[in-house]
Ligand binder design. Structure first.
Ligand code: C5P
Length: 217
């Protein structure tokens, strides 16, 4: 497992949530902690890679020996990825990017009133999809999928729509998998049509399974 099979390779990983500001004191985000991406960054480093980890807001301990780029918003995550993608051999988009961001960020704290509050949202840039449009043949692009229904169908769709080489499906149905957990249960869909399912394992072990699968295609 700890062989040097990523020696000389440059890996880009996104991890964690993004936060999209509503006003100076509020934001919209999700429950991601970045643990899976941090485990991936550690595993890639152990196997000899040069790693850039673009990390959204999290209190998790960051891995040593990796180039950490801290970001807050989806747009910042996009910019950080584009900055290094040219020199990347393997890109693994593990982050739970917020899908929407407020159209306007209020400059002052929004005061509560007796009325309902409506906030208009616009879509954030899809980083994985964008990298899929600019990727060269030698570059390997890996996306993640987290669904609550029709998991396999959506994972396969994502593979095509985002021009990814692999999609890693995280189960939301397993009690030992998902946000904030130390274990995960995944199925990997490859562009070539291979589907590989794994047992519930620590996120460290899952990370090595992902790398192993990528390298053996
Ligand atoms: O489309 P969906 O969000 O379900 O796809 C998930 C995959 O796309 C993950 O790999 C995630 O990191 C990536 N993604 C992204 N930028 C977004 C939304 C998702 O890179 N704005």
């Amino acid at each position: 497992q700890d062989s040097n099979d990523l020696q000389g390779k440059t890996v880009l990983i996104t991890a964690g949530p993004t936060q999209e500001a509503i006003d100076p004191v509020r934001y919209i985000s999700n429950h991601s902690t970045g643990k899976m991406g941090i485990a991936l960054a550690t595993a890639c480093y152990q196997r000899g890679a040069t790693v850039t980890l673009v990390l959204g807001p999290t209190n998790e301990v960051v891995p040593p020996n990796t180039n950490i780029v801290r970001v807050v918003t989806a747009q910042q995550m996009m910019d950080a990825c584009i900055h290094v993608f040219d020199k990347t051999d393997i890109a693994i988009m593990c982050a739970a990017v917020a899908d929407y961001t407020p159209v306007h960020v209020a400059t002052e704290k929004i005061k509560k009133s007796d009325q309902n509050l409506n906030i208009a949202f616009t879509k954030t840039p899809d980083i994985l999809k964008h990298l899929g449009t600019i990727k060269k043949d030698h570059q390997i692009l890996v996306g993640f999928a987290l669904e609550t229904n029709n998991e396999n169908e959506y994972a396969l769709l994502k593979l095509q729509q985002k021009n990814a080489d692999f999609i890693v499906l995280n189960s939301m149905k397993d009690k030992d998998a998902g946000f904030g957990k130390d274990t995960n249960k995944i199925t990997i869909f490859s562009k070539g049509g291979t589907v590989t399912s794994f047992e519930t394992k620590t996120k460290e072990a899952v990370a090595h399974d992902i790398i192993h699968t990528i390298l053996n295609h």
